[in-house]
Design a protein around this ligand. Structure first.
Ligand code: C2E
Ligand code: MG
Ligand code: MG
Ligand code: MG
Length: 292
C-alpha cells in the first residue's frame, strides 16, 4: 500500500486534475510515443465453431501497456487515435503483429487458426489498404486464407466504388472479410449483396439480451437466417452464459466468441488455452465428436 501511494500515484492524480483539453493533449503526446516505445500489445480471444466445438480462430484485440496507468483497453484511446490519424500507424502495427503471430502459430502446428484484425474506417477509406495487407502477408509468411479483416457497417455504408475495389483485391488474395457489430449500424441491407463478405458478427448487445428480451431473440434469428440465405457464416459475439450458447446453437449460429469461453488473453495464454480446449484440424480432447 505504501508503494501505491508513492511518487507515481501522485503524478497520476496530478495529471487527472488538469483541465480536460490539457489531459487530452497529454494523452496524445503519450500516444505518439507509444509505438516507438513498443507499448502496444495484442491480446487474442478464441472463436469457437459450434458444430465441432473447436477453436477455429482468434480475434486480435489491441491493448496499450501504459507505463503508469497499466493495461488500457482500446475504448480509452481509440477515439483520440482516430481523431489524430495515429490510428493509421497503430493499425498497421496491429496488422503486421497479428500476421507475424499467425505465421508463428502456423509453424508451431497450432492448427488452421484464422486471425481476425479490426480495421479502422479511416484506414479502409485510404488508398492502398491492399498494399498494407500484401506487405504484412509477405513479410510474415502467413497464409492469406487465415487472415480475416473485420470491417464496420460504417465502412460499407457509402457503397464507395474505391472500397468495393479494394475488397475484391483483398478477396483475390484469399483474405476473408467480416462485418463487425452487425445490426448496430445503419441497417442498409443492400450492401450485403454487393460486397464480397464471408461473415457477419452479431453484435453482443443482442446476444446479451437473448434470454430476457424476445425481440433480441427475433433479431438474432433474423441475422442468422439472413446470413445463411446470403451464404455468409454467422458468429455471435459476447456469449457469456450457457443459456445464450444453447439458444445460439438452436438457431443454427456457426461460431461463437465471448467470456463464457475466454476473454481476450495474451498470446502465450492463448496457446495454452487452445492446447487445453482442442484446436482446429486435431482430435478433440474429449472424444464425443468422432463422427465428423
Ligand atoms: P470489437 O471488435 O467488437 O471487439 C469485441 C469487444 O468485446 C472487445 O473489447 C472484447 O474484449 C469484448 N468482449 C469479448 N467477449 C465479451 C463478452 O463476452 N462480454 C463482454 N461484455 N465483452 C466482450 P475491447 O478489446 O475493449 O475492444 C473494443 C473495441 O475496440 C473492439 O470491438 C474494436 O472495435 C476496437 N478495437 C480493438 N482492437 C482494435 C484494433 O487493433 N484496431 C482497431 N481499429 N480497433 C480495435
Ligand atoms: Mg471486432
Ligand atoms: Mg464486435
Ligand atoms: Mg464493438
Amino acid at each position: 500500500l505504501a508503494k501505491s501511494l508513492g511518487g507515481d500515484t501522485w503524478r497520476f492524480f496530478a495529471a487527472d486534475m488538469r483541465p480536460r483539453a490539457s489531459q487530452t493533449a497529454h494523452l496524445e503526446t503519450e500516444l505518439r510515443g507509444a509505438l516507438s516505445r513498443r507499448e502496444f500489445v495484442l491480446f487474442y480471444q478464441p472463436q469457437i465453431d459450434l458444430r465441432s466445438g473447436k477453436v477455429v480462430g482468434a480475434e486480435a484485440l489491441l491493448r496499450w501497456q501504459h507505463p503508469e496507468r497499466g493495461l488500457l483497453a482500446p475504448g480509452s484511446f481509440l477515439g483520440l487515435a482516430e481523431e489524430t490519424g495515429l490510428i493509421l500507424p497503430i493499425n498497421e502495427w496491429v496488422l503486421n503483429e497479428a500476421c507475424r503471430q499467425g505465421a508463428v502459430w502456423e509453424a508451431d502446428g497450432l492448427g488452421d487458426l484464422r486471425i481476425a484484425v479490426n480495421m479502422s474506417p479511416i484506414q479502409f477509406r485510404r488508398q492502398g489498404v491492399e498494399t498494407l495487407v500484401k506487405d504484412a502477408l509477405r513479410s510474415s509468411g502467413m497464409r492469406p486464407t487465415l487472415l480475416e479483416l473485420e470491417l464496420t457497417e460504417g465502412i460499407l455504408l457509402g457503397h464507395d466504388e474505391h472500397i468495393v475495389k479494394q475488397m475484391h483485391v483483398l478477396r483475390s488474395l484469399g483474405v476473408t472479410l467480416s462485418v463487425d457489430d452487425f445490426g448496430t449500424g445503419y441497417s442498409s441491407l443492400s450492401y450485403l449483396r454487393s460486397f464480397p463478405l464471408h461473415r457477419l458478427k452479431i453484435d453482443r448487445s443482442f446476444v446479451q439480451d437473448l434470454g430476457s428480451d424476445p425481440s433480441a431473440l427475433a433479431i438474432v434469428r433474423t441475422i442468422i437466417d439472413l446470413g445463411h440465405i446470403l451464404h455468409l457464416q454467422v458468429l455471435a459475439e459476447g456469449v457469456e452464459t450457457e443459456p445464450q450458447l444453447q439458444l445460439l446453437r438452436l438457431e443454427g449460429c456457426d461460431e461463437v466468441q465471448g467470456y463464457h469461453f475466454s476473454g481476450p488473453i495474451p498470446a502465450d495464454a492463448f496457446v495454452a488455452w487452445v492446447m487445453q480446449h482442442g484446436q482446429a484440424g486435431s482430435e478433440p480432447s474429449h472424444g464425443a465428436t468422432e463422427n465428423e
